[in-house]
Design a protein around this ligand. Sequence first.
Ligand code: ADP
Ligand code: MG
Length: 473
Amino acid sequence: MAAEAVPEEVLLNNDLIKELVEVAKDTALLHGLLLRTKESPYSSEVVSYIPFTLFPTPVPRDLFQQALQVQTLFNQLVDKISRDSCFLEEALAGPIKVDMFTARLFQIYRTVQQEACAQSIALCLNRSDYMLDLRPDRNATLKQIEINTIAASFGGLASRTPDVHRHILKVAGLPEHSKRVLDNNPAAGLASALAKAWELYGSVKAVVMFLVEDIQRNIFDHRCIENELWKRNIPVIRRRFSDVFKTGLLDQDKKLFVDGKEVAIVYFRHGYMPDNYTEQSWEVRLMMERSQAVKCPDIGTQLAGTKKVQQVLAQPGVLERFFPNEPEAVARIRATFAGLYTMDIGEEGDRTVAMALANPEKFVLKPQREGGGNNIYGEEICRVLQEKSERVAYILMDKVNPQPSRNYLLRHGSPVKLATCLSELGIFGAHIRQGTDVVWNQCAGHLLRTKSAEYADGGVAVGVAVLDNPFLV
Ligand code: ADP
Ligand code: MG
């Protein structure tokens, strides 16, 4: 991304920055940019602001537009993959031999594939994440980091950050800059798709169930979407796996009931990491997958978001399988792919290993995990590849090199200092299919997250990245 959004004399004016930081924190609280604290994660008695940048970050307009425009194609692609059991079986054959979490998900996928499908409505709310890759010989290009097909977060709070940055820029004496912060409302975009799927389910009393974790520090992000649903007179309940285990059941038509309430949609904000599951949770997951409830996402869609699938998609001819006779769609998707390499056992995988060992600083080694903080970089790649025999659990990816920019990161309990930062742009997508008909395919808004360049990895939830806004240049 280009340089900073604000002039040097603002960025380096310590007295002004001090004042702006105070204004920023209060404004964030006023707009509901909230996070439960580490000290009291179970309650909202004491809360803080969600970490965010003091200023928005420049993003080239053409690359931002490119990311928006390719989103409906990614929505379609994920949907097509989720239904293609042969493709998933083949793509995940390696990882499911060594990665028990992916294997377990896949086992449920297989089980429900063999049964008559209880629900023909498929709802996917995803977020495709990008970094802007800068190379010495050319302009920055948009490169996909990953696509999140389950529990993609911050659509709620990202709807409230633009007003905060606009206000800060005005107080900083930059009213014209303030006008350039884009509107954004993924909370409404995601809720509209949930509402449409609820309507298609067709039972006014049925609820949308948010499947949530035990510790819900990010509850305010959920609440933004939840309250958008209540505005539309759609009832919402929030339950954990353990709650559903106690009171959940399927009736003879496979309708899902929890606490006696019929569930129209299970919206997963949890369930993407191995330690999210106990044996009971796995039972509950299977029951929900078998049910008539619309799953957001269903298990096939979750598997479509694995790193291994991402790598297989980058191989020659694979996108063409999903978009036959649509070379333009294929080209637009492919243009966003960074180099992705198989770690399968065999000649091709051996070549990948040799390449990584020769230049580890050029790559990222990724396991089949979500949630941040799992990737391996630099010399650590060599160690892992030399020590671990289970290389098929990983994929290798070109390291993307975004342009750093300077900003102040505001985080509860941390001193504010000027930091060199890297940013990641996320685009929210919403897709609904009923049987073979696509009834919804939209881009639902965006998210910019920024982290200090000293960290190679990690999202907002793990305490590394903070919320930001694009400032188009
Ligand atoms: P997760 O599912 O854990 O979020 P990601 O693929 O998004 O996995 O990786 C986590 C973080 O690691 C990203 O937010 C980004 O900061 C960094 N990262 C991932 N892939 C790359 C890459 N190819 N180049 C540079 N940084 C990367
Ligand atoms: Mg990520």
